[in-house]
Write a protein that binds this ligand. Structure first.
Ligand code: C2E
Ligand code: MG
Ligand code: MG
Ligand code: MG
Length: 290
């Protein structure tokens, strides 16, 4: 009896696997054409100075308007784009579009002194030898400055990073671009990276602060992580700030920068420009502290 159930299971499982594989193949080929079909959009999420409440910069977040599946979020296509190699072309489109946007805000007199644009970069982009030349070219074409740009590199991308990645990072730094470790504290990297890599800031993963208003131990732990980052001579940015309590606790610790739904959701370019021009503090409608 059991013997019959076995092969039966396999028979019904196989079509599902094949279907999943076919979907992946289709998505991979859709991804290869998405740039030229103009299906990508950028969203901009404010990074806030916790002391002044002013927008210190924005993180650029990719969105895909898939012709049949509609708005598609990066977690469901970035890994595939990385695996297929399409990420290199996509990443270049992101970088160029983001810096063109910065230049447009500037031309409208909307941006402020010291405003940064943060762009996410995958490991495979760091491995492409001509990334540095490409970045230099886009800065020149858009009339933007290296110090306007921060490249966020996820912690997991840095695990096992070799000579090429280190070379790219050194060369980008030499250009005057700032590098930041993203999603710090959840991957498998060693804390010695904080001193070894040519980065100027660390973005702490939202998982670390999720429970700080309920869990005293976690609050002390995050405080220690913050001091560790400072001891390494780096700036700290806390992502995933969702409540007024979290913002207040980070401020109490002396943290300088935060990002999250509490301050603002990711915005369109138009909304970001308007916010920049207004000089308004964030959050726009603060929740009462309880
Ligand atoms: P990330 O770089 O860590 O970006 C932060 C993610 O957290 C974004 O998700 C953002 O919308 C979300 N987020 C912001 N504030 C909050 C909050 O308060 N609570 C919660 N729960 N989430 C918050 P998103 O836009 O879905 O992007 C996911 C990831 O995809 C990014 O994580 C980044 O690793 C990757 N990604 C996004 N755009 C690009 C890109 O242009 N290139 C590359 N290579 N990766 C990208
Ligand atoms: Mg990021
Ligand atoms: Mg992050
Ligand atoms: Mg993340």
């Amino acid at each position: 009896e059991a013997k019959e159930a076995g092969p039966g299971l396999v028979r019904s499982f196989e079509p599902v696997m094949l279907y999943a594989r076919q979907l992946r193949r289709e998505m991979a080929s859709d991804l290869r054409n998405a740039v030229e079909r103009n299906e990508f959009r950028l969203a901009y999420q404010p990074v806030v100075d916790l002391v002044t409440g002013q927008m210190h910069g924005v993180e650029v977040l990719l969105r895909w308007e898939h012709p049949t599946q509609g708005l598609t979020m990066p977690d469901s296509f970035i890994p595939l784009a990385e695996a297929s190699g399409a990420i290199v072309g996509i990443g270049r489109w992101v970088l160029r579009t983001a810096l063109e946007q910065l230049s447009a805000w500037r031309a409208d007199g909307q941006d402020k002194e010291g405003f940064h644009i943060r762009v996410n970069v995958s490991a495979s982009e760091l491995q492409s030898m001509d990334l540095v030349d490409y970045v230099r070219g886009v800065l020149r074409d858009t009339g933007t400055e290296p110090q306007d740009l921060v490249l966020e590199i996820t912690e997991s991308a840095l695990v096992g990073s070799g000579d090429v990645e280190t070379y790219s990072m050194q060369a980008l730094k030499a250009l005057g671009i700032r590098l930041e470790i993203d999603d710090f504290g959840t991957g498998y990297s060693s804390i010695s990276y904080l001193r070894r890599l040519p980065v100027h800031a660390v973005k702490v993963d939202r998982e670390l602060i999720a429970e700080i208003s309920r869990d005293k131990g976690q609050l002390h732990f995050v405080d220690a992580v913050h001091r560790l980052i400072q001891a390494a001579g780096l700036e700290a940015v806390f992502e995933g700030v969702e409540t007024a309590q979290q913002a207040a606790m980070l401020q109490e610790m002396g943290c300088c920068h935060g990002q999250g739904y509490y301050f603002s959701r990711p915005l369109t370019a138009g909304q970001t420009g308007a916010l920049l021009a207004s000089g308004d503090r964030l959050p726009l409608a603060p929740e009462p502290l309880v």
